[in-house]
Design a protein around this ligand. Structure first.
Ligand code: F6P
Length: 524
């Protein structure tokens, strides 16, 4: 179905007029003074996540127009097309069904005729999904019970690394003792070498995680891991290597017999719910992994069924459009006030920038407006002692997304209140500023932030938080009229690296630009 691109809608022009008339001078402190209900209007509950959007540069009029924009762009139809299993990844002619990986099995809908009818178009895929999930979780439990396996080394990159790594760290409170997890992604051998130095072949399980099973970094690391295993006297690759891939045949050809598959309708950056999530299942167990899926499914249902005005992924995604295309903000800083979420910003970078870093619409036409912002960040309070100076007093406004946990995962007295006091204070300081001291000590304030609050970090709440982010990326991508599910932009560098690699050996610089040729010669 062809979609109306945002800039071709009446709401887009109205939003521009509103921005010029009042939006660009929006004053947060005045907005709170004028409207005692502002906090309740711009905050809401969603499954496992409470969100306060009230410290954003937005009012009811702007939000209403943004919702109209979403409707005029066919957001609901596009969302429904995804949930119906249509091939919305148009450049690769693929369905986009990572949500199915967290959908309960068909049997659970026994009496619900409406649900059965809705799921009918994807029921075959759902059955496959559950068969693989059951097999993978049974395997996870078997490895967890195997005391001889002490080290699990995940070899993968991009979506085959960032999601599982982020989630294993985030859920460390729920991880079983006695197993160490290592993540090797970089082709820089220093990474693998330092992990191997800590491992013994008889105690190690290597997970070769690659959707395509062709990615250079992963295959190079996988070959080196196997060579190390054999050189150290390791025996039984079947026991010590498992592959997580859509290309099970390629894994077999590599010599791996223990394989867990997934499908081309799962994008790499959306794959931690699939077999790629095996490290998570190994860490938190089958029951924990099912809770993780259930938390995400609850967010899917919220996104699929809630009216747009109270639909959290929709509100966040539209705010992203408002900031990027009207305020012109070029980046968003992610500030999880939880050290367990320290890889969350890196994970979100791939999710959003690989999905929405596009310069043409889904029909291939160049876009006359901006798309993905730059995402960046570090856990709080560390960021406060590094770059928050710029957030408070720099010349560029950067919306900040805080993530906080009501309850800590540890019992050390005093820490959590200090952490929470800091996150509240930072959001407050960004908004309020401090105008009574001039010059260097002046804080302009009026700097926007969003506050996401979880009761505690659990498999379910993490699942919901991640699904929330996936869907908000879907929303802005749908409004922009782009294909959020391909990633052609990563291909050129891969091709050029293949051309350059032999030149490092043979010194051939023919046909290279002057800079690359000069550098190559210095590197030899
Ligand atoms: O190069 C980008 C990319 O294709 C990502 O989209 C993907 O997550 C990553 O590489 C790893 O790919 P694979 O899982 O196929 O090894």
């Amino acid at each position: 179905m062809s979609r109306l691109r945002c800039d071709q809608t009446p709401a887009w022009a109205e939003l521009h007029a509103l921005f010029e008339a009042s939006g660009k001078n929006f004053d947060l402190k005045a907005a709170f003074a004028d409207d005692p209900q502002r906090f309740s209007c711009f905050s809401q509950d969603a499954p496992h996540v409470f969100a306060d959007l009230s410290k954003n540069l937005i009012d009811g009029e702007a939000e209403a127009l943004l919702l109209a924009l979403a409707r005029q762009c066919g957001l609901e139809q596009h969302r429904d097309a995804m949930f119906a299993g249509e091939r919305i990844n148009s450049t690769e002619q693929r369905a986009v069904m990572h949500f199915l990986l967290r959908n309960p099995p068909l049997a659970q809908y026994e009496r619900d005729k409406v649900a059965i009818k809705r799921i009918a178009s994807v029921s075959a895929e759902l059955a496959q999904t559950h068969a693989t999930l059951d097999a993978m979780l049974a395997y996870a439990e078997q490895v967890r019970a195997d005391d001889a396996i002490t080290d699990i080394v995940n070899i993968g990159i991009g979506g085959s690394d960032l999601g599982p790594q982020m989630a294993v760290l985030a859920l460390c409170e729920f991880a079983m003792p006695g197993k160490r997890f290592h993540f090797v992604s970089n082709v820089d051998g220093q990474e693998l070498a330092s992990v191997l130095a800590q491992c013994r072949p008889q105690n190690t399980l290597f997970l070769i995680a690659s959707k395509t099973f062709t990615t250079t970094e992963t295959m190079t690391n996988a070959h080196s891991a196997r060579a190390w295993f054999e050189a150290q006297g390791g025996q039984n690759i079947g026991r010590h290597f498992a592959a997580l891939t859509t290309h099970v045949d390629a894994a077999h050809a590599f010599g791996i017999t223990t394989t867990f598959g997934f499908w081309d309708w799962v994008g790499g950056r959306y794959s931690l719910w699939s077999a790629i999530g095996l490290p998570i299942a190994l860490a938190i167990g089958a029951a924990g992994f099912r809770e993780f899926l259930a938390g995400a499914h609850a967010m899917d249902e919220h996104f699929r069924t809630t009216e747009l005005a109270r639909n959290l992924p929709v509100r966040l995604g539209l705010l992203d459009v408002w900031y990027r295309n009207f305020h012109g903000f070029g980046s968003r800083s992610i500030a999880p006030y939880s050290s367990a979420l320290r890889r969350f910003p890196a994970y979100l970078q791939q999710l959003e920038m690989e999905s929405n870093g596009k310069r043409v619409d889904s029909g291939g036409k160049a876009l006359p407006f901006d798309t993905s912002p730059v995402l960046w960040g570090e856990p709080g309070t560390n960021g406060q002692h590094a770059y928050f100076q710029m957030l408070h007093q720099g010349t560029t406004v950067v919306p900040v997304e805080f993530v906080a946990l009501k309850h800590a995962a540890h019992a050390l007295p005093g820490h959590h209140d200090k952490l929470l006091a800091n996150v509240l204070a930072q959001a407050q300081a960004l908004m309020q500023g401090k105008a009574d001291a001039g010059g260097h000590r002046h804080f302009p304030g009026n700097r926007p932030s969003t506050f996401l609050l979880l009761e505690r970090l659990t498999p379910a709440s993490l699942g919901a938080l991640i699904a929330l982010q996936e869907h908000r990326v879907f929303v802005s991508g749908a409004v922009w009229g782009i294909n959020s599910f391909d990633q052609w932009g990563v291909e050129l560098g891969k091709v050029l690296a293949k051309d350059i690699e032999p030149r490092l050996q043979n010194g051939d610089v023919s046909g290279l630009d002057g800079s690359t040729a000069g550098l190559l010669q210095r590197l030899r």
